[in-house]
Design a protein around this ligand. Structure first.
Ligand code: TRP
Length: 326
């Protein structure tokens, strides 16, 4: 079984990224042959500061390894190191209906919030399809927000296979269980997100423990004092879900334990559980970030492994569509 998923190098990663993606990726490594690109080609669909982009790409590689991605098991690499991504994207763009892309929710959203943008914002999902199809991925662990992008990748694979003969595995998106979404601590109607209005609402994996405690202490709660999941208690529900995800306990066990105890001790325990989770990650991250040479070696090895698979697929594609071999 082959798995592929990509992550953008921009924005400091938070608990939503950790529970929704990174931790799932780590768990998949034991069972499947995993490919994890850091998608810098996708990142430049909106303007990026070069120094920042370089820094955040290396930081993210260090963070992923510190979080448990094992470069001996999984293939961790930088998308721009493997030229086949852009090359397959071109071929697929030639068979993607314009209307399909214009209707993509993320395009519609971003094209409205950015004053000026390049055409790649429109073709972004085709590049994503290329990421997936190059590696013949069976399954793609992603968030709910990627559902349409996955549908497009499936369509393109099927359309290509029908027209040119069996070439691509048709991938299947795998989504977190309901309730696995991490909500903003200040505005529990919104998902925790890098672009959140309030810094206090977002717990970053690399936040110092004191900041984490402060953010949990100031998380909005509801009047009342019952620690219980319910639609009229979105703040407390968010904290219960974070504690459940961090500790591995069920929400029911948590509710039972805090019966009658009020919000104070509960919040303190939520903060402790997060700090306990991120402290070893932060320690390994600091070590790796200080050894740039090792990080560069790991990414070079990943790119070599990825390239071997990607080049084979692209060659088959070029043959199938009638390009003369070089
Ligand atoms: N678009 C994805 C996101 O914003 C990132 C991504 C790029 C991706 N290529 C991918 C995810 C391939 C899964 C598979 O989260």
């Amino acid at each position: 079984m082959r798995i592929l998923s990509g992550i953008q190098p921009t924005g400091e990663k938070h608990l939503g990224n950790y529970f929704g993606a990174i931790r799932r990726w780590v768990n998949e490594q034991a069972e499947a042959d995993c490919f994890y690109p850091i998608v810098d080609l996708h990142a430049i669909t909106v303007a990026q500061e070069p120094t920042e982009l370089r820094k955040s790409t290396l930081s993210l590689a260090a963070l992923l390894i510190a979080s448990g991605i094992d470069p001996e098991r999984a293939t961790l690499f930088v998308q721009s190191h493997v030229p086949e991504h852009a090359r397959l994207a071109w071929v697929l763009e030639c068979m993607t209906p314009y209307g399909d892309l214009r209707r993509m929710p993320q395009y519609r959203e971003k094209s409205q919030t950015h004053a000026a943008f390049g055409v790649a914002l429109l073709t972004y999902p085709v590049l994503q399809a290329a990421d997936i199809l190059l590696y013949q991925a069976d399954a793609v662990p992603v968030g709910e927000d990627q559902r349409q992008h996955l549908e497009l990748a499936r369509d393109l694979a099927q359309r290509f296979n029908n027209r040119f003969g069996e070439t691509f595995t048709v991938p299947r998106g795998t989504y977190p269980e309901v309730g696995a979404k991490v909500m903003d601590l200040q505005d529990p109607a919104m998902r925790m997100s890098t672009s959140s209005e309030s810094d206090l609402g977002v717990v970053r994996i690399l936040d110092p423990p004191e900041h984490i405690r402060k953010k949990i202490r100031s998380a909005v709660t509801d009047s009342g004092r019952e620690v219980r999941r319910s639609p009229d208690k979105p703040g407390i529900t968010t904290l219960i879900e974070i504690l459940a995800a961090a500790s591995g306990e069920s929400a029911e066990q948590i509710q039972e334990r805090y019966t009658g105890s009020g919000y104070g001790p509960f919040k303190a325990d939520v903060a402790d559980a997060i700090v306990e989770l991120v402290t070893p990650i932060q320690r390994r991250y600091a070590e790796l970030r200080n050894d740039q040479a090792e990080l560069t070696r790991i990414l070079a090895r990943g790119a070599t492994k990825a390239h071997a698979v990607a080049a084979q697929t692209l060659q088959r594609v070029h043959e199938a569509i009638g390009f003369v071999p070089p």
